[in-house]
Write a protein that binds this ligand. Structure first.
Ligand code: MG
Length: 377
């Protein structure tokens, strides 16, 4: 079951499933597209769910696939996520993926989570659902997969802290002045990872790392003062765990999302490995502190995470709006983090109790960010 099938992680998941000989029972996507139709033909046993699309687009898409193959609306993706006995790969981009994560865990499924926004916005809710639903949660985000793998066989009480590595993005070492004139094309050129557009821009601002700090806090139940971020430009070490005796385990490997995807699909076994073996000669590893002046989003994310409640929801929502404005040329690069900071100040913080309240805070934060954008442009 792959939700967000046509995105970067979705496409790679289908490739991994094909090569491992695993069945795909469902394909979910935001809109009806030729690419999704091709996927549906490649996987004739898969039910198809499409969240959006106009009436005409839906009719045309449906006719192309044959009757009974496709359901429309966001609730169709929720229904796929809730099909019992499935492994649900949630590779939807943004907060839109949250209801599907929740549905998968409520149904007691294995959730292979690439949609980090779910954990950021609703970490407590998802953890509680995981505990009561009897499902499994395996992270697909490379850093969290690395930490998860370092923790296999370890007791939670032995963890002293986690160290998330960050490539530093395309603007590592740049000054505030240099960052003023960054274009979307420059921000979309990530030095080590090949990913979707939003996450690539988020990697350039370090918002992505901030979201990953909050994700790690919830996934591994680690307090924020025991989460550290180090910049590691080579992206060979995917993350590390430090134990109470001072030992550190690191997870290393090629920068290829097919590895964490394969792990999440195969766990507790290991698959055959689908990517080239790591080539050691000539590899030098270096580590440095993140630059808080050029990349203030990291500190902002830690603060939102510590504040908890609705703050991480607002942090994520404002960033989704600001990144879109940046990609459309309506906002400068440094404006992304500024809009996020201003939205956090503008929106009242509450303690959301459930999915609906989280989604309503998300909408409110988006409106506030859009209003701030309108004022800034
Ligand atoms: Mg990551």
């Amino acid at each position: 079951m792959v939700l967000g099938a046509t995105g970067s992680v979705g496409r790679q998941t289908l490739e991994v499933a094909r090569r491992l000989g695993l069945p795909v029972t469902g394909l979910g996507a935001r809109s009806p597209s030729r690419q999704l139709a091709e996927m549906a033909r490649d996987w004739p046993g898969a039910a198809v769910a499409v969240a959006g699309g106009s009436g005409d687009e839906r009719r045309e898409f449906s006719a192309g696939l044959g009757t009974g193959r496709v359901d429309f609306g966001s609730e169709a993706l929720t229904a796929l996520a809730a099909s019992s006995g499935s492994t649900v790969v949630n590779a939807v981009v943004g907060i839109a993926g949250l209801p599907f994560s929740l549905a998968a865990l409520q149904a007691g499924n294995r959730l292979a989570l690439a949609n980090k926004e779910s954990m950021v916005a609703a970490g407590q809710l998802l953890r509680a659902t995981l505990a009561t639903g009897g499902g499994e949660l395996i992270p697909v985000d490379s850093e969290h997969s690395a930490i998860f793998q370092c923790l296999v066989g370890e007791d939670a009480s032995a963890i002293a802290g986690v160290i998330l590595t960050a490539s530093g993005g395309p603007f590592r070492g740049w000054t505030v002045e240099q960052l003023e004139t960054v274009t979307p094309a420059q921000a979309l050129r990530h030095p080590t990872w090949d990913m979707g557009r939003r996450i690539t821009v988020d990697s350039a601002t370090l918002v992505n790392k901030a979201l990953e700090v909050i994700e790690a806090h919830h996934l591994f139940d680690i307090p924020f003062d025991r989460i550290r971020v180090v910049v590691h430009p080579q992206s060979v070490v995917h993350s590390m765990v430090e134990f109470v005796d001072g030992a550190i385990k690191a997870h290393l490997g090629p920068t290829d999302m097919r590895m964490p995807i394969e792990f999440a699909l195969m766990h507790p076994r290991r698959g055959p490995g689908l990517v080239n073996r790591f080539d050691w000669p000539g590899v030098n590893l270096s580590f440095e502190e993140p630059d808080p002046t050029s990349f203030p989003a990291l500190r902002l994310g830690f603060e939102a995470g510590r504040e908890g409640g609705s703050a991480p929801v607002t942090f994520n929502a404002a960033d989704e709006v600001a990144v879109e404005a940046f990609l459309q040329g309506r906002l400068g690069f440094r404006g992304i983090t500024r809009i996020v900071a201003q939205t956090l100040e503008a929106v009242e913080h509450v303690d959301p109790s459930g999915l609906e309240e989280i989604m309503s805070i998300d909408r409110e934060a988006r409106m506030a960010a859009a209003a701030l954008l309108a004022g800034a442009c």
